[in-house]
Design a protein around this ligand. Structure first.
Ligand code: FAD
Length: 439
């Protein structure tokens, strides 16, 4: 269950004042400064916990959070593991799908694949999608509360979203999901092709659309700008210590706390560690004897100047698995899915394929000939598409596995993770951990 966001002004009498004196040992190290790590540091600092934010890159959000699709997709949290995907498996296995590729090359990935298949039943899909929806709604509340206190500038907008469908069957399936989500208070309308065109000029010249789901409350924002802005707030208003260029290699846990060592020999000590390493979490955690069902799913994005019929709202093309996000002066397009591919380099052929798919989908939306900033990122996928927020050891917590929706889910899982950590600190102050506790 999510913890209530506490007002910092009230403070958390249980935990003392926030902020970390230079050189002082923080209560918590948050490892990884993608959107998930930065949001977690904030949720902890709000609870009066002293925090250090640690990242191997020189800045926050240079990993998967850098140039994703930009959609804050609170109403569209549909799990990847779905009955409809099962029917496509033979084509996927043979590499015949232009968008989706499978590369489950080692035993851990095959085990993941088996768990994923187990999640493809109608009941699992429904459960995962609804649990994602709850998390999405928690995230939206937490983001709006943050922005009331700290008006960070990250091209945040509430333009709504149009989810395009190209077959009657797919539109009918979408209609069933809309009805399911209505029960959770989500506002969505199924519209036919002409209504969709009236709502969104970017559909000019687009062919094959049979209808769409319109979600008027959906939001967009640039995750990189958000992480940069929030990190500044953390430093200056919450006294959070930041350690960039700290490439964590190992962790030792003792009765006194955790000690995190970087490849260059530097050490940081804290009472607790929150691992928010995205797709790099499994490798890091393996060294601690912790195994997690997270594998990478590579995707691409590019930006292009706005075209003659630029999108007003954010658009998902369900059949091409593409998202179009309107940013000032630009359209960001993201897509492609290579499950099991952990190589983050940009393959020019795949990037070209993404640009071609976008042009086929919405020909007038962007000036595709001027596409730039080709980028690839690794979505940290779990078999259920739900993130893992848990206490893995007495002093080690995980906030990982955000998959296709980490930007959307970051604020909600941050609240959940911070709640677990804060509760454990309170517990320790009233009932000290066993002196024999270890990693
Ligand atoms: C093409 C594409 C489009 C997407 N579109 C959307 C979208 O529209 N909406 C949405 O909600 N989500 C989207 N996502 C998903 C979203 O981007 C991810 O789920 C999210 O960014 C994951 O965030 P994270 O903080 O967990 O991981 P990351 O951003 O990868 O952060 C992990 C951090 O850990 C650091 N790190 C790793 N190892 C170490 C170490 N040993 N020591 C120190 N630091 C380390 C990394 O440098 C990195 O900064 C998309 C993803 C892709 C690839």
């Amino acid at each position: 269950m999510a913890s209530v966001v506490q007002e910092r002004d009230e403070g958390d009498a249980r935990l003392g004042a926030p902020g970390t004196e230079p050189g002082a040992r923080p209560d918590v190290v948050v490892l990884g400064a993608g959107v998930v790590g930065v949001a977690t540091a904030y949720a902890l600092a709000r609870r009066g916990v002293s925090v250090a934010l640690v990242e191997r890159a020189a800045e926050p959000a240079l990993g998967c959070s850098y140039a994703n699709g930009g959609q804050l997709s609170y109403a569209y949290t549909d799990a990847l593991a779905a009955p409809a995907l099962l029917a496509k498996l033979p084509a996927l296995a043979l590499g015949l799908d232009p968008v989706f590729r499978l590369r489950l090359a080692d035993p851990a990935m095959l085990r993941w694949g088996v768990r994923f298949l187990g999640n493809c039943t109608a009941s699992h899909f429904r459960r995962s999608t609804l649990q994602g929806l709850t998390l999405g709604l928690e995230s939206r509340l937490a983001l709006h509360a943050l922005l009331e206190r700290h008006p960070i500038s990250f091209n945040h907008a509430l333009p709504g979203k149009l989810h395009l469908q190209h077959s009657r069957d797919a539109l009918d399936a979408a209609r069933t999901l809309v009805a399911l989500k209505r029960g959770a208070g989500i506002v969505q309308h199924v519209v036919d092709a002409s209504e969709a065109r009236a709502l969104e000029p970017a559909l000019e010249g687009a062919s094959g659309i049979v209808g769409a789901v319109h979600s008027p409350d959906e939001e967009v924002g640039d995750p990189y700008l958000f992480a940069i802005g929030l990190t500044e707030v953390l430093r200056h208003e919450y006294g959070v210590a930041t350690h960039f260029g700290f490439d964590a290699e190992s962790v030792e846990a003792t009765a006194e706390g955790v000690s995190i060592e970087a490849r260059d020999g530097r050490r940081l000590r804290a009472s607790r560690l929150v691992v928010a390493l995205g797709a790099q979490a499994p490798e890091f955690l393996r060294r601690l004897g912790i195994s997690v069902p997270v594998i990478p799913m590579k995707g691409y994005s590019f930006s292009a100047p706005r075209g003659p019929a630029a999108p007003r709202m954010s658009i998902t093309d369900a059949s091409r698995k593409l998202v179009f996000c309107p940013f000032p002066g630009q359209v960001r397009v993201a897509g492609l899915a290579e499950l099991g591919n952990g190589d983050v380099s940009v393959d020019p052929a795949r990037l070209g394929q993404l640009i071609g798919l976008a042009g086929d989908s919405l020909p007038q939306a962007a000036d595709y000939a001027s596409a730039e900033n080709g980028w690839a990122g690794l979505r940290p996928m779990t078999p259920s598409s739900l993130p893992i927020v848990t206490r893995a050891r007495e002093r080690i917590f995980l906030n990982i596995g955000h998959g296709m929706l980490g930007w959307t889910f970051a604020m909600g899982t941050a609240e959940r993770a911070a709640g677990l950590v804060a509760d454990s600190l309170v517990e320790e102050r009233t009932t000290p951990l066993s002196p024999r506790s270890s990693v």
